[in-house]
Design a protein around this ligand. Structure first.
Ligand code: ZN
Ligand code: ZN
Ligand code: ZN
Ligand code: ZN
Ligand code: ZN
Ligand code: ZN
Ligand code: ZN
Length: 115
């Protein structure tokens, strides 16, 4: 994993109970913060992303309707769901899995394990 050091992250140490959603990622814990996946690395913060793989594909799943929100909902900035970086795009973390806005429907880009 490359060390992609995140700038301008002062005054907050992610950790248990810090208030951000924590997920398990490749054997460590990362924290969702402002659409980034933050990893505490020594004295700085790295930006991680959920990798695209068989568990988290970036392909179209056809219309995904799990009932977590109504069919007219459009994910986007300030839609109220937690943004999470996946591959080269942003998804939304809902009930432990990734919703991807694809045209007029949602794709399911797989699950993550909450820490
Ligand atoms: Zn935090
Ligand atoms: Zn990570
Ligand atoms: Zn789709
Ligand atoms: Zn869903
Ligand atoms: Zn949404
Ligand atoms: Zn959705
Ligand atoms: Zn995705």
């Amino acid at each position: 994993m490359d060390c992609a050091q995140h700038q301008n992250h002062e005054g907050h140490q992610h950790g248990p109970g810090c208030g951000h959603t924590a997920i398990q990622h490749a054997g460590h814990t990362d924290y969702l913060h402002g659409g980034h996946l933050h990893h505490m690395h020594a004295n700085h913060v790295d930006d991680h992303r959920v990798p695209v793989n068989s568990a988290n594909p970036d392909s179209c799943s056809q219309a995904h309707q799990c009932g977590a929100h109504d069919g007219g909902h459009r994910h986007g900035p300030s839609c109220g769901h937690e943004p999470i970086p996946h591959g080269d795009h942003t998804d939304y973390l809902i009930s432990g899995h990734l919703h991807h806005q694809h045209g007029d429907h949602c794709d399911n880009h797989g699950g993550v394990v909450l820490a």
